[in-house]
Design a protein around this ligand. Sequence first.
Ligand SMILES: *[C@@H]1O[C@H](CO)[C@@H](O)[C@H](O)[C@H]1NC(C)=O
Ligand SMILES: *[C@@H]1O[C@H](CO)[C@@H](O)[C@H](O)[C@H]1NC(C)=O
Ligand SMILES: *[C@@H]1O[C@H](CO)[C@@H](O)[C@H](O)[C@H]1NC(C)=O
Ligand SMILES: *[C@@H]1O[C@H](CO)[C@@H](O)[C@H](O)[C@H]1NC(C)=O
Ligand SMILES: *[C@@H]1O[C@H](CO)[C@@H](O)[C@H](O)[C@H]1NC(C)=O
Ligand SMILES: *[C@@H]1O[C@H](CO)[C@@H](O)[C@H](O)[C@H]1NC(C)=O
Ligand SMILES: *[C@@H]1O[C@H](CO)[C@@H](O)[C@H](O)[C@H]1NC(C)=O
Ligand SMILES: *[C@@H]1O[C@H](CO)[C@@H](O)[C@H](O)[C@H]1NC(C)=O
Ligand SMILES: *[C@@H]1O[C@H](CO)[C@@H](O)[C@H](O)[C@H]1NC(C)=O
Ligand SMILES: *[C@@H]1O[C@H](CO)[C@@H](O)[C@H](O)[C@H]1NC(C)=O
Ligand SMILES: *[C@@H]1O[C@H](CO)[C@@H](O)[C@H](O)[C@H]1NC(C)=O
Length: 462
Amino acid sequence: MSMFSFSAAAVLLSSVIVPVVGQSSSSCSTTLTPTNSIKPSLAPGYRAALVATGLTDPRSIEFDSSGNLLVVQAGAGVESLQLQDNGGTCVTLNHGLALSQDGKTLYASSAEAAYSWDYDPATSTASKTNTTLVSNMKTDDHTTRTLLMSQKVNGTLLISRGSTSNIDPEAETLSSGHSQIRAFNLLNITSDGYDFDTDGLRLGWGLRNSVGVAEHPTTGGIYSVENSVDQATRDGQDVHEDNPGEEMNFHGYLNGTEYAPQGSNYGYPYCFAAWAPSDLPMNSNLTIGSQFAIGNQNNTINDTYCAEQTPPRLTFQAHMAPLDIVFNNSGNDGWVTFHGSWDRTDPSGYKVSTIQFADGEPVAPANSNTSYTDIFANANNGVCPNNCFRPVSMAFDSQGRMFVSSDASGEIYVVVRDEASNGTVAGNSSSGSSGGKTSGADRLGSSVGALVFAALAICMMT
Ligand SMILES: *[C@@H]1O[C@H](CO)[C@@H](O)[C@H](O)[C@H]1NC(C)=O
Ligand SMILES: *[C@@H]1O[C@H](CO)[C@@H](O)[C@H](O)[C@H]1NC(C)=O
Ligand SMILES: *[C@@H]1O[C@H](CO)[C@@H](O)[C@H](O)[C@H]1NC(C)=O
Ligand SMILES: *[C@@H]1O[C@H](CO)[C@@H](O)[C@H](O)[C@H]1NC(C)=O
Ligand SMILES: *[C@@H]1O[C@H](CO)[C@@H](O)[C@H](O)[C@H]1NC(C)=O
Ligand SMILES: *[C@@H]1O[C@H](CO)[C@@H](O)[C@H](O)[C@H]1NC(C)=O
Ligand SMILES: *[C@@H]1O[C@H](CO)[C@@H](O)[C@H](O)[C@H]1NC(C)=O
Ligand SMILES: *[C@@H]1O[C@H](CO)[C@@H](O)[C@H](O)[C@H]1NC(C)=O
Ligand SMILES: *[C@@H]1O[C@H](CO)[C@@H](O)[C@H](O)[C@H]1NC(C)=O
Ligand SMILES: *[C@@H]1O[C@H](CO)[C@@H](O)[C@H](O)[C@H]1NC(C)=O
Ligand SMILES: *[C@@H]1O[C@H](CO)[C@@H](O)[C@H](O)[C@H]1NC(C)=O
C-alpha cells in the first residue's frame, strides 16, 4: 500500500497533566507541533492527528473508565492526560500499565515487580500506597514487563518477561522465569504476593521478548508479539539481514478451555522463525515461519529439534520490533506497533500495521509474508531511530478511535478509519495527496479533528 505524507495541524488545548503515580506535575503549553520535521505517513482510508507532544518516553497507554488517557513515561511514572491532583511517590515504572475490569485498580510495573494502586477514575487519583503483586522479575536488558488485565476472566493479570540479553542461556531453564508469559489470579492473592518464577499459570516459555500481549475480544484467545534475535548466524554464515522473522504467537485461553500448546516452549534461545528461508544455508525443509536452529547444528539442537517447538502463528519481517497488539471491538482487526530496529541495513518497522482476523484467528496462513497491512508509517525510515515516529503502545477509546504513543518523539497520535480520507491529518485538509479508498472502512473520521482534542483535552508538557 502506498503511503502519503501529511503535516499535523496546530491545535489549541487547555488542560493540565497531573501525576497519578510516580511523577511530579508539569505545566502545559497550548500548541502542538510535531517533534520531527519529517512527519508520519498514513494509508488511504485512514485519518490521523497529533494529540500530545513533549512527553518523556511515553510507553504503555490505557483509557480509564472516565475516558482519561493514562500514560507510562519510562523512568518517570504514570500520568493521566486530564484531571486532578494526588501526590505520588518517585519510582521507576517503565512500561507496563493496566486497569482492573471495574476500573478501580491501577496496575503498573517496574523491571522487578508489578504493583497495584486503588484508583478513582472520576478524579484520576491513585492511592499513595501500593501493593506488590508479583515480584522477583529483575533481569537486565529486556525489562518491559508488559501487563495485561483479562477482560474475560476477572482478576487475571498477565505478565510478559523478556530475556537478559540477545541470546540468554538461562531462558532454556524453566525455573529461571526468563522469556516467559504467566497469568496470575489476583482474586486469591495473599499478602506475600506472587513470585514470577514459581507461581501463576505459564502461558509459554522460550519467548525471547514478547512485549505485546492481547486477549481476543470474542474468543478470549491470548496472542503475543515477539522481538526476535539480532545478529543471527547459521552454519558459519551471517544471516541476520532478513532472518529470523519477528513472531506472533498464540497461547490459548484463560477460562479453562483446553489448548495443548499452552505453556509450551516456543523455541528461544535455540529456535527462531524463518522469514527469508532462501537466505539460510541447509534450508531444504524450511518455509516462512518454520522454526530453525541458529549457529551450528549438532546432535541435540538442530532443525529437527526446532520443528518440535511451538511455532509462531504468524511471522513478520525481521527486526521490525513489535511492541504492542490490540484488537478492535469486533476482533476482526489486530493492530500491531513496530518500534523498528537497528539490526538491518535498510531499517524496517517504525510503523503501525493491521492484521485481518476472522473467528479469533488471523486470516493469513502461518507461512504468509503478507499478513499485515501498513497504516501509519514514516515516509523515510532513513531518519530513524532518532528523528522519526517510533510507535510503542496503542489504546482504543470508547468510540473506537485508536491512539498510539511514540516514545522517541514524545508524542501521541489518534488514527481512525475514514473511507473518504486519502491520508490526511485531521484539521488540515490541504495536506495529503490523492489515493484510493479503503472499502468497508468505518466512518469514524467525521469525529476526528478539533472535536477529538476538545473532548480529550490532552495537553502538551513543557
Ligand atoms: C496544512 O498542510 C499544508 C501542506 O502540508 C501546510 O503547508 C500547512 O501549513 C498546513 N496547515 C496547518 C494549519 O498546519
Ligand atoms: C511501593 O511502596 C513501597 C513502600 O512504600 C515503596 O518503597 C515503593 O517505591 C513503591 N513502589 C512503587 C512502584 O511506587
Ligand atoms: C471481579 O473481582 C473484583 C475483586 O474481587 C470484584 O470486586 C468484582 O465484582 C468482580 N467482577 C466481576 C464482573 O465478577
Ligand atoms: C489462586 O488460584 C490459582 C488458581 O486459579 C492458584 O493457582 C493459586 O495458587 C492460588 N493462589 C493462592 C495464593 O492461593
Ligand atoms: C471459554 O470462553 C470461550 C469464548 O467465550 C467459550 O467458547 C468457552 O466455552 C469457554 N470455556 C470454558 C471452559 O468456560
Ligand atoms: C549444541 O548446540 C547448542 C546450541 O548452540 C549448544 O548449547 C550445545 O552445547 C551444543 N551441544 C554440543 C554437544 O555441542
Ligand atoms: C537432532 O537432534 C535430535 C535431538 O533433539 C536428535 O535426536 C537427532 O539425532 C539430531 N539430528 C542430527 C542430524 O544430529
Ligand atoms: C528434511 O526433509 C527430508 C525429506 O523430506 C527428510 O528426509 C529429512 O529428515 C528432513 N530433515 C529434517 C532436519 O527435518
Ligand atoms: C473492527 O474491524 C472491522 C473490520 O475492519 C470493522 O468492520 C469494525 O467496524 C471494527 N470495529 C471497531 C470497533 O473498530
Ligand atoms: C514473500 O515470499 C516470496 C517467496 O515465497 C517472495 O517472492 C516475496 O518477495 C516475499 N515478500 C516479502 C514482502 O518478503
Ligand atoms: C486527496 O488528496 C488530494 C490532494 O491533496 C485532494 O485534492 C483531494 O481532495 C483529497 N481527496 C479526499 C477525498 O480527501
